[in-house]
Design a protein around this ligand. Sequence first.
Ligand code: GLC
Length: 632
Amino acid sequence: MDSIDLRTLTILAGQRLCERVPESRQADIAVRYAARSPFLIERLRRLYGAQPDFPGWLLQLMDAVGALHAQRDPALLAQDADRLARPDWFASQQMLGYCTYVDRFAGDLQGVIRRIPYLRELGVTYLHLLPFLRARAGDNDGGFAVASFDEVAPHLGTVKDLAALATQLRANGISLCADLVLNHVADDHSWALAAAAGDARYQAYFHTYPDRVEPDAYEQTVRQVFPQAAPGNFTWSAAMQRWVWTTFYPYQWDLAYTNPAVFASMAEAILRLANLGVEVFRLDSTAFVWKRAGTDCTNQPEAHWILQALRSLVDIVAPGVLLKAEAIVATPELPRYFGTGEALGHECHIAYHSSLMAAAWAAMAEQSVALLEQVIVATPASATGTSWLTYVRCHDDIGWTVLRPEVQALGGQGDARLAAVSAFFDGALSSGFASGATFQSSDPSAVHGTNGMAAALVGFERAGCAEAEQLAEDRLALLYGLACSFGGMPVLYMGDELALGNDGSAAGLQDGRWLQRPPFAPLLMAQRHQLQTRAGRVFARLGHLIATRQRLPALAADQPRSLLATGQAAVLGLRRGPQLVLLFNFSDANVGIDLAQCTGRSGRWRDVLADAPANDTLLQVAPWGMRWLVPA
Ligand code: GLC
């Protein structure tokens, strides 16, 4: 660094980038580089400026990135241009996500192409396919132990199939989202194999230790993600004769982002997939990518700089692409994944709102919206160019501990409150309606995550009569109603639209999360237009919710949101945009709301969900019901 100042380096790096790009595109790239490079180079300098030959490394990176841009398909370039002109395209209330496993949903990638009409019928504009890259042979954490970023899992298809799927989705107005596991690779990824074989260059891709001194010190402050199935955060590699950092399963080796080569390798992997047509990257386990002694090794400032540097690169060479943070962290940490202060808008475009999701389920268990209101109070307004990802269920357990700050804010001490919520959803314990299961439950006094499909957790599996069936449907609609109206991009989890239940065959598996990864049911799909079936009723109900949402610009992610005091402990009140009022009753009782008092407006209202006037002074909200109201 001493031999060359940052300004000169920035100019040289820009030249290197542009040299690789066809002449016709150089002017565009130069403009974007000029806008983003101060930030990019500054972040990379913070991370790697002290490394030997930082300038040489940077020039090489820009060379590689430029070459990848040169290979970008004209159709993707056109899309980039279009999105640059509408940077808020993904904040629209027309956006709807769908998340599924490829094999469970449709067999393979070509099968997904055949299911596009189904996705379109639902109104889907964004499809998150859970890991489909070649994963580790044998156990692979549902594909999250990636063996190659450049190959598709053979049973799902080929790279050609992937590109074809992305093209077909794009032609149908659906953006393809892929997982990009940032934190680790499989122990049979070529980098790990080379490291195990003694290659020092690749050993430097991982955190390895000759003895237990450092691992033991880290274990004092680092938490365990899978305390039962994968206790400890370090694994002994007999081949290397060293301990390797493995936050998740022992076969998932954490990458050492202290090494600039790791950053460059991952940035290039992202851009190669972007060139195949992946439009959104779900950056898996983002919170964990930087380790610091004496901390819990999550949410470190450097983790954010890494994301910011990746974002800057994407903004320069693939500006149609979105980065989505999978950071399942407490509410106060969440907004940082969009960037804060001078970095606002320079980090991820989208972030999972796991606290909102967990608090909505907690509200159902407690029949009180207190925690939910705390989460909402702690959620800042969405800045331009950012959006929450709102959801009800996903392939992981519901982690309750993200709600600790909210519990504390309400005067709670310890984990008893969250443990009670967790117990509520455990079908084996609960006298309520849920049929879930606790996750990683070796210690009976700890707060466990909850597994189970949404349909099972809201009561469909236990519903023995039409009335219970109706209540389960209302609960599912209530949760999706919140996800569809909070302000963000709602994502349907595979099969929820058909009330698909738990995977019975998952019982006894070491990783209980397979409970919510059942095979998709073609039979239920075939019933989706038959209102005498459960699948048909739920499909119609959620379909109506989605269609109503699409008609309400006040529900776009960037529209204002505020809490309304409903005067009822179980009823959440939200105002969206200037005058849309939303009421959600998280209780099994009918509740009356004084609308004039709650909204400060005494005129007449119309319920846009029910498509009916709502003129009562004391507006009734049915058990587990909701009202979406506009001034009449
Ligand atoms: C993410 C995934 C989860 C996986 C973990 C490790 O949290 O959602 O399924 O086990 O990362 O890759």
